[in-house]
Write a protein that binds this ligand. Structure first.
Ligand SMILES: [Zn+2]
Length: 320
């Protein structure tokens, strides 16, 4: 603050007089958020990151299996997040390869939290025609990734899209013996998968890791979070992007603490091993990465630190 001299006192009183003057035209507040759209390019491919919204997932002392809750609360406080909730943003990614319009993961379909479900509005705001989507590729079968295939009334949202899913996801989750053996809360997940997939099974193709689901979009096994969890390497020209899915949720928690095993990881140890392997590679090669639950627009880089990794978000580029 500048010292109070006669000159600053005059300046302050002038500002106060101006502030008290009525506006030339009263502007009503917008009272709603602006569309969540971010475009970038990987070689010849045009990518559009579209925000679906955020869920503040309630957590308790059972959330991280292998760390004291006080440490978890500390990590959340360090990231300016509520102590009893995990900030869980959702960003879906459209890839226009020039020949195909591909959607990687489909958002919550407005079926997870009232503060999420904006994807369809943002698709429209981005000028993307849902009828023009050729292919939907799914990283894994958790509801926040598959529910956007349908709306709340079970209608298909992208009527012309082929759907490709990891074989290992289909085999695990669509197995009734696994559903029957699951605890009650996980049974809901199994039932939701049947709601989404059962009546459209003939149009759902399954892929093995290593398959190229579209020219320039390669699949890589990344099991742990779920048995068939898959990440995608997008290549065009001499540029690439690693689509990390749920290898880590919010980076302020899981990049900084890569050893933490979350309750929602089906195989916690495998999830940690996958996370470290992919993050090490991304950090060493200085690769551009995107994470489904990273803060919008969800893309950036990872750097290795003494105790884990730090996510460095991209700077908003005004041109492609
Ligand atoms: Zn997820």
């Amino acid at each position: 603050m500048p010292p109070l001299t006669r000159r600053t006192i005059i300046a302050v009183s002038t500002i106060a007089a101006l502030a008290a003057r009525p506006g030339i035209a009263a502007t009503p507040p917008a009272n709603k958020q602006a569309p969540g759209i971010y475009r970038y390019r990987i070689g010849a491919f045009e990518l559009t990151a579209l925000y679906d919204g955020i869920w503040y997932r309630p957590i308790t002392d059972t959330f991280i299996r292998n760390a004291p809750f006080a440490e978890v609360e500390h990590a959340l406080a360090e990231a300016f997040m509520p102590a009893d909730k995990l900030a869980t943003p959702f960003t879906a990614l459209f890839v226009n390869t020039g020949n195909k319009l591909v959607l990687i993961d489909t958002g919550t379909g407005g079926q997870i939290a009232p503060s999420a479900g904006a994807l369809r509005e943002n698709v429209a705001a981005a000028g993307i025609d849902a009828d023009a989507v050729d292919l939907i590729v799914i990283s894994h079968f958790h509801p926040d990734h598959i529910n956007g295939i349908k709306d709340k009334d079970n209608n298909i949202v992208y009527p012309n899209a082929e759907i490709m899913v990891p074989s290992a996801e289909w085999n695990f989750w669509m197995d009734d013996a696994n559903m029957n053996a699951a605890p009650a809360d996980l049974k809901l997940t199994f039932r939701n998968q049947r709601r989404i997939f059962s009546d459209i099974a003939p149009r759902v193709a399954r892929f093995e890791p290593g398959a190229e689901v579209a020219p320039g979009i390669l699949t890589l096994a990344a099991a742990g979070h779920t048995p068939g969890h898959t990440v995608f390497a997008i290549h065009s020209g001499n540029q690439s992007l690693l689509v990390l899915g749920d290898t880590a949720q919010h980076p302020a928690v899981f990049a900084r603490h890569p050893d933490w095993q979350a309750a929602f990881d089906i195989d916690g140890a495998a999830a940690v091993a996958t996370r470290k392997k992919l993050f090490d590679r991304a950090a060493a090669d200085r690769m551009l990465v995107t994470g489904y639950h990273f803060p919008f627009p969800a893309c950036g880089h990872l750097i290795k630190t003494a105790s884990g990794y730090e996510h460095v978000p991209v700077l908003w580029q005004p041109t492609l």
